[in-house]
Write a protein that binds this ligand. Structure first.
Ligand SMILES: C[S@@+](CC[C@H](N)C(=O)[O-])C[C@H]1O[C@@H](n2cnc3c(N)ncnc32)[C@H](O)[C@@H]1O
Length: 390
């Protein structure tokens, strides 16, 4: 592989720029990677019209970058929240939808009041997915969210409703997740309005970027599915559809990320994102980290990882590339195991001229999601791997 290609991807992966642009700020999905990284990989290995796949798409960074670059995109994840967020980030709204969203913002902000009787909202507030919002900093936000949810009935289209839920999701994440200090109702109202405006604008920005490639709607599919089963899907099982490139970031061995909960004051975990988006919850943390009901043992991790990689291989054309960002809590033992899985699944690592893999690592500091480790690992090392389907 050309050193310039590798350098451009690694530099983009290490970008310290704040995540911004297009619809990337709709939700802070845990362990998301930089859009610059996805963009660099897509530009290096595909041309317009090619199919880009992300089988563990999380917040959908790859999918947004793929359609913005005029590529076809297929994204999947077993977390319904990931599918919800990525779908909203890639679904355009018409003028009626936008009007409905603004009417909802006006009704919702008016209803976010200490005077709104709790009894009116009890059917929403008593949802089990609204649990653990009992600390004093969370209580007013919980009532404000319930009031905004109650006002959603009059939005006509499903896509506008989902967009409104995503605005509320972002507002509530800002007000609750990892916060030490409470937010007043006035602050929540202002944020809801600001985020709605910014997100509507971002969606238009993405639409005009896509239109520089084609006037048609982008060819983009997102779905909830375990990556280990992807090859059984009708569109892929016949072999007629093949991806040209995979850009992805799997769960990390030995690094337990809390994909499905917010933390209030670094302690209370809440499934509130599922309450707000109407998604199904009910899986334990290990489900999202290549584990099972009993947790994420390293052996279990590598057996699930192999199942998913083998399935993904069947979706990629021979010669197609897979670019991954992955972190390891113990790279010396885990990287060789991961590379062995890649070989068994049918991927060969691309070396730079001279046969040198020259992998570039960076330390991942104790991020917010590491706070959930509860004594497991407090730092990890991240690397970019580039393989070819053979
Ligand atoms: C590191 S995150 C991906 C973040 C993403 N690159 C972004 O920018 O937002 C890994 C994702 O893998 C998903 N996942 C875990 N096990 C999976 C499986 N067996 N099949 C599909 N997705 C899975 C998790 O739900 C999580 O969303």
């Amino acid at each position: 592989m050309n050193i310039d290609v590798m350098t451009s991807i690694v530099e983009a992966a290490q970008s310290k720029d704040r995540i911004a642009g297009l619809t990337h700020k709709f939700y802070r999905y845990p362990a998301r990677f930089s859009p610059h990284f996805a963009h660099a990989a897509i530009m290096a290995f595909t041309k317009p019209g090619d199919l880009v796949l992300d089988p563990y798409m999380g917040g959908g960074t790859t999918i947004v970058e793929a359609i913005a670059g005029g590529r076809r995109a297929f994204g999947s994840d077993l977390n319904q929240l990931s599918v919800f967020v990525t779908r909203v980030k890639t679904t355009f709204l018409n003028a009626n939808d936008e009007e409905d969203v603004w009417d909802w913002v006006n009704r919702a902000t008016a209803a976010m009041s200490y005077r709104t009787p709790r009894a009116w909202l009890s059917h929403i507030i008593e949802d089990p997915k609204a649990r653990n919002l009992t600390l004093p900093i969370a209580r007013p936000v919980k009532k404000a969210v319930a009031a905004a949810l109650a006002e959603m009935d009059r939005i006509t289209s499903q896509r506008a409703k989902d967009f409104a839920r995503c605005v509320l999701l972002r507002t509530a994440q800002w007000a609750l997740d990892g916060r030490e200090r409470g937010s007043s109702l006035t602050e929540v109202r202002v944020r809801l309005r600001t985020f709605a405006s910014e997100m509507l604008w971002s969606l238009k920005d993405l639409r005009s970027t896509c239109r520089t490639h084609t006037p048609d709607m982008p060819n983009c599919t997102v779905m909830e599915i375990n990556a280990a089963h992807l090859h059984k899907m009708p569109m892929f099982s016949t072999g007629a559809v093949k991806a040209d490139l995979v850009v992805t970031s799997p769960p990390y061995p030995g690094v337990h990320v809390l994909y499905h909960r917010w933390q209030i004051k670094g302690r209370r975990e809440t499934p509130a994102p599922y309450w707000i988006t109407g998604c199904n919850d009910g899986q334990g943390a290990s489900y999202y980290n290549f584990g099972d009901r009993h947790g994420v043992g390293i052996e279990k991790y590598f057996s699930v990882s192999l199942d998913t990689l083998s399935s993904v291989r069947q979706l990629v054309r021979d010669g197609g590339k897979i670019v991954q960002m992955i972190a390891f809590s113990d790279p010396d033992t885990q990287l060789p195991l991961y590379l062995a899985n890649m070989r068994i699944a049918g991927f060969e690592e691309l070396s730079l001229a001279g046969g040198n893999h020259n992998r570039i690592w960076r330390d991942v500091p104790s991020r917010k999601w590491h706070a959930a480790l509860k004594g497991r690992t407090h730092s990890s090392r991240e690397v970019v791997l580039v393989h070819e389907a053979v």
